[in-house]
Design a binder for this molecule. Sequence first.
Ligand SMILES: Cc1cc2nc3c(=O)[nH]c(=O)nc-3n(C[C@H](O)[C@H](O)[C@H](O)COP(=O)(O)OP(=O)(O)OC[C@H]3O[C@@H](n4cnc5c(N)ncnc54)[C@H](O)[C@@H]3O)c2cc1C
Ligand SMILES: C[S@@+](CC[C@H](N)C(=O)[O-])C[C@H]1O[C@@H](n2cnc3c(N)ncnc32)[C@H](O)[C@@H]1O
Length: 661
Amino acid sequence: MSDKINHGHIEWQAQNTPYSLEFEDFYFSTTNGVEETTHVFLEQNKLPERWLSLEANEHFVIGETGFGTGLNFLVVADLWTRLKASGDITQTAELHFISAEKFPLNIEDISKAWNFWPDFKHITNQLAANYPVPSPGFHRCRINSDINLTLIYRDATDAFLELEAQIDCWFLDGFTPAKNPDMWCPELFKAMANLSSLGTTFATFTAARKVTDGLKAAGFSVEKKSGYGLKRNMSQGQFISPGPMLPSNNEPWFHHQVSAHLPKDTRLPIAVIGAGIAGCSTAEALIKQGYAVDLIEQQDYSAGPPPFSIQGVLYVKLSAELSAHSEFYASGYLHSLKKLRNIPDLEWEQSGVIQTAFNDKELQRQQKFIQNSPFPKSLIREITAEEASEISGVHVDRPGLYFPSGAWVNPISLCQNLMQGANLVHNTRIVSMASAENRWSLQSENGDTFGPYQSVVVACSNSAAEFEQLGNHLPVKPIRGQKSFIRLKKDNFPLKAVLCGKSYITPAINQQINYGATFNLGETTSDVREVDHQTNRENILSNVPSLKKWLDQPVSMGIVGFRCTSPDYMPLVGPVPDWKAYRSEYADIHRFKKQIFPQAPVLNGLYCNIGHGSRGLSSVMLCAELLACQISGAPLPLSRSVINHLTPARFLVKKLKKGKF
Ligand SMILES: Cc1cc2nc3c(=O)[nH]c(=O)nc-3n(C[C@H](O)[C@H](O)[C@H](O)COP(=O)(O)OP(=O)(O)OC[C@H]3O[C@@H](n4cnc5c(N)ncnc54)[C@H](O)[C@@H]3O)c2cc1C
Ligand SMILES: C[S@@+](CC[C@H](N)C(=O)[O-])C[C@H]1O[C@@H](n2cnc3c(N)ncnc32)[C@H](O)[C@@H]1O
């Protein structure tokens, strides 16, 4: 796992060109950066000619080392947009630009660079709204409906070893090999080869021997061309050596066969079972990728939404070490924020979220976190009790951690917004599913049949275990939770930010406050209990006694729900394994570590998105994006290590590795 990300430090030199103080080199040509990009990267990779022959729904994927000011991306995105508008590129084709950047520029410096290119304002405006904070890992930004930028904040070799994508062309930027020898290493070229196929091209401004030899050794042909401006030579070529060179961390049991990807242009829709936040996010992500979706929900929505607002909290519990868990939840939180900001009618508020150090153990955890945190202060920072009081508007007598961009969100309002493009089939409980000849059909409790579908996504939380195809194989458990509501007599509740401790309380909405929730593992009854209201009250008051005056008012109502948790507190997202085939194909993985095993056998066209536990608002949207990419074959928005911790097969693999079946 990578460590803390440091910004690149620059000085503005000749012709307003940024100069790196770390590498003592310019970010781009002092003569004309746009012309240099066009000559070196676009022309030598035969762009845009290759775009003109893209077929409907095809993805064109560019991999880059060193995002810098983003100039290469801006030139590419601008040309792509113009050719789309003129009809030269097929309307449903999508561009993916994936750039590894170890020292991202801060927003002030990068914005200054963008100001020199007013022609790209239509892209830089979007980019500014999406430019990620320096949190390590993957950041997927949707620049517009057909341009996706994935910034990977880590060293280029590590980034590309962790990427799952099929790259069509490479832009090898990065400072000159003489100034940046570490980046231009054989491991980088091998990682590139693993993501390339025959016909993948590359271009780079350098013709240094170290680079050309390294690329040849990794399976690329290399040709010298004349460079731009003062540079005499540059290099260009393509991948000519077939055959995978799998990186050492590749575990075939986590890689499903590519045949599982289904084309979007088939007329058959995809079914999503369950219209909670996971199902609605999945439907939205699939629709954005061009699929038609039937969203099937057991609840009856005829009466419309409830006459009160539920306030869920968008925040995460991060650990000081950058584990797969922390990397996933930090990325998920940031991804949710980006999505929420773009939903015009959503009931939510970016009030900020304070995690108070509610006891000594939590205080020690928070102190350790602050000492070692790889996350930027713009994501999470420590605050004193005084600051917590000032930010929240109520007296808080403990320090804490503060998420300045944290929010509360009404999940019902979120679902209503996300499900808009789907065909909603409500009041329908699905009880079984069957597949024949790569087509799926669903049966409801009433005996109706739905389908045929090209794929099915099971997003119905704990009920997923009722389907034979998932059944006993998923170690998920329900955790009952009750929230309490108070209707205020006056609109004078002073809380301005969400306060979390053992429980959470949100600022008032429509003269109502809600707080909670209880945590009862394995309980499945849904009655609202007085004792649980008491627990919620005590948990809040033991943390913030100053709220007593408000919580002394009578509780007006309660709601009960069930979280769906897994043993490692990570969701289960991805293709559903063919459990029987797993047991036979991988029966020996505990014995022969070096044996070559086949890729993961999956139930073709069946996926799940469940197990979001207590933090669904931070996890469902990124998981939905992951699933939509797995189904369509687009580059995946998370690192290989994180995806391996989400794959539904992981618990079985763990058992098989111990020789258990
Ligand atoms: C009291 C409480 C408070 C919480 N607070 C927060 C919070 O502050 N922040 C946060 O991030 N998370 C919170 N959570 C967790 C969050 O609610 C979950 O992570 C999230 O709801 C998971 O979404 P989901 O879509 O997977 O599941 P669900 O919301 O349970 O949705 C599943 C849907 O599937 C439908 N369904 C089930 N079976 C079938 C079937 N057979 N056929 C058709 N439809 C079916 C259900 O009716 C339901 O609509 C809280 C949870 C509880 C219980
Ligand atoms: C010449 S600049 C890139 C120019 C960029 N394409 C632009 O349009 O501004 C090189 C970039 O590579 C980044 N870089 C240097 N070493 C790296 C490494 N090992 N991994 C990833 N990025 C690296 C630098 O931080 C810098 O932003």
